[in-house]
Design a protein around this ligand. Structure first.
Ligand SMILES: *Cc1c(COP(=O)(O)O)cnc(C)c1O
Length: 423
């Protein structure tokens, strides 16, 4: 990739970008003075797709007009409402239609999937996660272990990077599975790690886990809508995600899950009426008969107002296509990396340097003690939205659906200025 550290180059790259008009389909966040922010926070909460307003308003109008009759009579009937997102989720996850379901929220879905897939037995009792996992994932796993009457200090394995490193080598995961796999019941791994932005090879991890006789699930909070996925062909047992990060579906949006079709009739589950087969659901009889596929894992009727924005957002992804977004993303993040190396040489990028081993996010630190926090505060006060992770990491995500090469140039320029002002 050849880049230049000039505004002119960035503008030419934008002019040549076939996806550039998708930015107009979003309401981009603004500073209190009304100017548009340089928004690099899409890894945390995506901006509002304009069509999401209409989608939510349609549901409010149908609620007002129909109330209970909306279950069958709304323009998008509420009973099968989750079906509106099946095609979009299939496109992003590489699943069969019967393997995906929008439901609950992410941590709840971790618990639901662990109820089905974490079945400690005999000497195979441990769960493997990455050291420094997202707190909620760790809380969920540790509490599940304890709920089975086992000791999380013994049963929770956390694989750390080599001393002094930030990233976990793919080969280290494989080695651990080879040596200790017989004690591991379940591997729960991130598709993209939230702090470092490291993207893992989901197929490779799945094969290594299966060779060792373990089940394997992925938390795709930072993967879905960021990197293309092929969960069915990769033979992943299950996966979970939220929809408010790269899927731009708003705070508290509905989450989702993938369950490989070979498990759908065999795994135990925590059941509710919305997973009961539709034909007899409303007979309200005691015996549970699961709806086919992942839909049989639903427990409650879906939060329509928290799902409507996802319908609008997935339409954008189906129009843009995840493969084309990824191709732009590799260049956009490559450009940010190129500019940071030139305009902000004091920062240390901790995300992988190999584009294939990262998503769109770059994480970086400023080694001098205390300086990173000051630089971050300066950026916030100067129209940049990115974020800070203790103890010293700044995360910035150029998102191909709405960020431009000019955004990336201005971000790097402003970061360079912050470093000069706060030298
Ligand atoms: C964002 C995120 C969460 C958030 O969980 P919620 O249940 O949606 O609040 C959990 N885990 C990971 C890895 C995340 O990135």
């Amino acid at each position: 990739m050849s880049f230049e550290a000039t505004l002119d180059f960035a503008r030419r790259a934008d002019a040549a970008d076939l996806l550039r008009d998708f930015r107009q389909r979003f309401e981009m966040p603004r500073a209190p003075d009304g100017t548009e922010l340089l928004y690099f926070g899409g890894h945390s909460l995506g901006p509002l797709p304009r069509a999401a307003r209409a989608a939510v308003n349609d549901e409010l109008d149908d609620w007002a007009r129909l109330a209970v009759l909306g279950h069958e009579g709304a323009r998008r009937p509420w009973i099968p409402y989750h079906e509106n997102v099946t095609a979009g989720l299939q496109h992003l996850t590489g699943a069969r239609a019967s393997e995906v379901i929008a439901m609950n929220s992410l941590t709840v879905n971790i618990h639901m999937m662990l109820a089905s897939f974490y079945r400690p037995e005999g000497t195979r009792t441990k769960v493997l996660i990455e050291a420094g996992a997202f707190s909620s994932d760790r809380h969920a796993v540790a509490s599940q272990i304890a709920w089975h009457g086992l000791d999380p200090d013994r049963e929770l394995l956390e694989l750390a990077p080599e001393p002094g490193e930030h990233l976990i080598a793919q080969s280290a995961i494989e080695r651990l599975l080879e040596t200790s796999g017989s004690e591991i019941a379940l591997v729960l791994w991130p598709g993209v790690q939230f702090r470092t932005g490291q993207a893992f090879d989901i197929g490779r991890i799945t094969r290594a886990a299966h060779r060792a006789g373990c089940l394997v699930g992925f938390d795709l909070a930072h993967s879905i809508g960021n990197t293309p996925l092929q969960l069915h062909d990769d033979d992943v047992d299950f996966a979970v995600w939220c929809s408010y990060k790269y899927l731009n579906s708003g705070p508290g949006a509905i989450g989702g899950a993938f369950i490989h079709e070979r498990h759908v009739n065999t795994r135990p589950r925590l059941a509710g009426w919305w997973g009961h087969e539709i034909a007899t659901r409303f007979a309200m009889k005691p015996g549970f008969r699961a709806e086919a596929g992942a839909a049989g894992w639903a427990v409650s009727n879906p939060p329509v107002l928290a799902t409507a924005p996802l319908i609008a957002s997935l339409d954008l992804f189906q129009e843009a296509r995840i493969e084309r977004l990824r191709a732009k993303s590799v260049r956009l993040t490559g450009y940010l990396e190129f500019l940071l190396d030139r305009l902000a040489p004091d920062v240390q990028i901790i995300s992988p340097r190999d584009p294939a081993a990262r998503g769109c996010q770059l994480s970086f630190r400023i080694p001098a003690p205390g300086r990173g926090a000051k630089v971050f505060a300066w950026l916030c006060a100067h129209g940049v939205a990115c974020d800070w992770r203790e103890p010293d990491v700044i995360r910035a995500a150029p998102v191909p659906l709405y960020n431009s090469f000019e955004d990336v140039f201005r971000f790097a320029e402003r970061l360079g200025e912050a470093l000069r002002v706060l030298a």
